[in-house]
Write a protein that binds this ligand. Structure first.
Ligand SMILES: NC(=O)c1ccc[n+]([C@@H]2O[C@H](COP(=O)([O-])OP(=O)(O)OC[C@H]3O[C@@H](n4cnc5c(N)ncnc54)[C@H](OP(=O)(O)O)[C@@H]3O)[C@@H](O)[C@H]2O)c1
Length: 274
């Protein structure tokens, strides 16, 4: 792997930060890029793209929430000699009608170079680093997912799989569904967060709970109903089962949600001072 240089996009984010740390600990050369990272990369500024991909052999390709993967960037990367692309996608995108990530998957499949697609379930870290953190601190939230079970996955495990895919052979043309060890209803995950953090957190899983919350947040009803339709489709898929992908590819069993929550609480993730 000595000739390899891996470009990690979103390198200050939840998965990219962990992946960068892991690769560097293994002695792999990494260019850690984002708008405010070590190397500058901005999806909305193509003048930053060439410097980011120069000399790079493999890419961890991700775009933040709602930002599309621009096919022109992927083409540019391939022209620069990138040989393998690992894309961060998501589970359930067809059901949810996630055009952004479906297009991203098509782009890497049609890139002409080797690719691997990672399709994680909901991240554990949504509760302490991501979009649910403010709601946990405020004491509750609604999400119209009913009693459906989701196999929450830890970002450290996603990073471990990505590191294996980026540094070992045999993953080209594969799409991996990454999960934790258990399928949990959201209400159960929230109960675990409440128990471990010592904070009461309410959870509403019905459509009405969600519409009332979004109205209170000032979201136009039409927009809320669009999101509701996507969540309804996800719910109708039924319980999302765990897979053995993390264990098989990273070589260790995935972290249980409770272990994640206990570690985050012990670190003070939900203390008021944060
Ligand atoms: N959360 C979940 O449960 C879940 C589940 C499945 C899939 N996903 C997917 O995971 C992705 C998010 O990954 P993540 O959680 O690892 O990232 P993240 O924590 O949301 O961080 C976003 C990263 O992108 C960078 N960034 C933001 N705007 C940028 C721009 N215009 N150009 C270049 N970089 C930019 C940020 O750094 P700077 O601010 O320095 O630019 C940061 O490093 C999304 O596509 C989401 O759909 C999420």
């Amino acid at each position: 792997m000595s000739d390899e240089l891996i470009l990690v996009l979103g390198a200050t984010g939840t998965t990219g930060r962990r992946l960068t740390r892991r690769l560097r600990a293994a002695g792999v050369a990494v260019r850690a890029a984002s708008r405010h990272g070590e190397a500058r990369f901005d999806w909305s500024d193509p003048t930053t793209w060439d410097a980011a991909v120069t000399g790079v052999t493999r890419i961890y390709l991700m775009a933040p929430h709602e930002v599309p993967i621009d096919p022109l960037f992927v083409r540019r990367a391939v022209e620069h000699g990138v040989r393998h692309i690992t894309l961060l996608s998501s589970r359930g995108i067809e059901a949810m009608g996630d055009e952004r990530l479906m297009a991203a998957e098509r782009t890497v499949r049609e890139s002409g170079v080797d690719w691997t697609i990672l399709r994680p379930d909901w991240f554990d870290q949504n509760f302490d680093e991501g979009f649910l953190q403010p709601a946990v601190m405020a004491g509750g939230f609604a999400l119209p997912v009913g009693e459906t079970g989701f196999a929450f996955v830890d970002a450290d495990d996603i990073a471990a799989v990505a590191a294996a895919v980026l540094t070992t052979d045999g993953h080209a043309g594969q799409s991996y569904e990454l999960t934790g060890p258990d399928s949990l209803p959201f209400a159960e995950a929230v109960r675990i967060i409440s128990e471990t953090s010592g904070r009461p957190v309410r959870f509403g899983g019905t459509d009405d709970d969600y519409l009332a919350q979004q109205a209170q947040l000032g979201e136009p009803e039409e927009q809320a109903r669009q999101a509701l339709a996507a969540f309804t489709a996800l719910r109708e898929l039924g319980d999302q089962p765990p897979t053995d992908a993390v264990h098989r590819i990273a070589g260790h069993p995935p972290k249980a949600f409770r272990a994640y929550a206990e570690e985050a609480a012990a670190r003070g993730a939900w203390d008021t001072a944060h």
